[in-house]
Ligand binder design. Structure first.
Ligand code: 7TS
Length: 419
């Protein structure tokens, strides 16, 4: 009789929220004398001890520069760094580690594509399609490119629910369209975009697609081959890893056609004063000493997520988000901004007659951390004709009691402001 093996899915068939919470030391901290209620994971997630300990161990026992030493520590650091690349490859289901470029974050990844893809493929009169709900980091690099090349930005509009209007997308394509760059999950509305449909539409016009997966990455499975996206960007700090490190996935055939972004050490084959030849993928795009500890920490973060199971996380969070939305919507004077049929992670809202900054400051005194402002999506605020929202965003360590604390805080605010 064969011994049954435990698959990752079986291991985590039951999502144990208390156990998950216990992995995050910061959630044990008191804030302003109160237990921390952390509802700002869309800005940055907290880190489990598995990640903290991996980075701690790296600096205590494994630290050296990579790709250049012939001694033990350098070889060890190199093998850990490259093992993290394989972890990312597996996590995204990319075809090869050549397709995984380490960057400093989503913003850096998008700038890399804007710069390198832009230099290779975008010329005067060409067009880039983005959407009405992009984060500034998926708007500004394209505007800079457009200005530089004399290209044009076109924008997929959205409806009052905060859903992209795909019927309008059809009409935006032209023979000059060079790229569609689109957010998978909106950070300010929580909308989950139908990226599969968008990719299919773009590919039918021979246009490649970049996905900004900064928000999507921590909430549901991601498979770049199933999606067939051409580029995908995310940041480690939004998926329980450290700040200052991120990933650009790119299809090998595309990465091979675009020039390096930054020049320096580690990305060259041979340098003379007359001419430099560049190294192979992926190091061609990783000039200089990278964030080695950060990359290794990212690997630990992805292993952590896998040990829990992305399907389990997605199911758990969907239930949690529905609970939060129902509770917030039931408050007299609360208007939820972004009511798409598919949402993940974030709930934005405005409270009648109270500025979001007052909401945020008041909640902070209760130990409740939310983000208020335009969330680096000013065009979204303009679309809804509001200056700012309050945003409560979750990750796998949140519980219904976090939303309860938020709602209690809002009830208090209403009492104060309405007398
Ligand atoms: N794209 C999206 C969709 C984002 O939500 C963010 C950060 C970025 C790109 C940029 O990521 P970075 O790691 O390069 O800075 N979003 C947020 C937020 O919602 N609150 O703070 C940062």
């Amino acid at each position: 009789m064969s011994v049954p093996t435990t698959s990752a899915a079986q291991k985590s068939a039951v999502f144990d929220a208390a156990k998950v919470r216990a992995d995050f030391p910061i959630l044990q901290e008191l804030v302003r004398g109160k237990p921390l209620v952390y509802l700002d994971s869309a800005a940055s997630t907290q880190k489990p001890r598995q990640v903290i300990e991996t980075i701690d161990r790296y600096y205590r026992a494994e630290n050296a520069n990579i790709h250049r030493g012939v001694y033990y520590l350098s070889e060890l650091a190199t093998s850990k760094y490259e093992a993290a690349r394989e972890t990312v490859r597996r996590f995204l289901n990319a075809a090869s580690t050549k397709e995984i470029i380490f960057t400093s974050g989503t913003t850096d990844s998008i700038n890399l594509v804007a710069h390198s893809f832009g230099r290779a493929f975008v010329n005067e009169g060409d067009e880039i399609i983005i959407s009405a709900m992009e984060h500034h980091s998926n708007i500004v690099p394209w505007q800079m490119l457009a200005e530089d090349r004399g290209a044009k930005i076109k924008v997929i509009p959205m409806n009052d629910a905060g859903e992209l209007q795909l019927d309008a997308l059809e009409g935006l394509f032209s023979s000059r369209t060079r790229l569609v760059a689109i957010v998978s999950v909106s950070n300010s509305l929580g909308t989950v975009n139908p990226v599969e449909d968008i990719i299919e539409m773009a590919h039918s016009q021979q246009v490649p697609v970049l996905l900004d997966a900064a928000q999507a990455v921590a909430h549901a499975p991601l498979d770049v081959q199933a999606l067939d996206c051409d580029f995908l960007a995310f940041s480690a700090h939004k998926i329980f890893g450290p700040t200052g490190v991120g990933v650009l996935y790119g299809k090998q055939e595309l990465l091979e056609q675009i020039p390096p972004y930054k020049g320096g050490g580690d990305m060259i084959r041979e340098v003379t004063f007359e001419k430099t030849t560049y190294s192979e993928l992926p190091s061609r795009f990783e000039a200089g000493t990278p964030n080695i500890a950060g990359v290794i920490g990212l690997g630990a973060a992805l292993d952590y997520v896998e040990s829990i199971g992305r399907e389990q996380i997605s199911t758990y969070e969907a239930d949690l988000l529905a609970y939060g939305e129902a509770k917030l919507a039931a408050i007299d004077g609360v208007r939820i901004i972004g009511t798409a049929s598919q949402k993940a992670g974030a709930i934005s809202f405005v409270l009648e007659d109270v500025h979001p900054h007052d909401v945020g400051t008041f909640l902070d005194r209760q130990g409740v951390a939310i983000r208020v402002g335009h969330h680096c999506t000013q065009p979204v605020m303009d679309r809804f004709n509001i200056p700012a929202t309050s945003r409560a965003s979750i990750a796998l360590y949140n519980e219904k009691s976090d939303y309860d604390a938020l709602v209690e805080g809002l009830d208090e605010i209403i009492k104060v402001f309405r007398g």
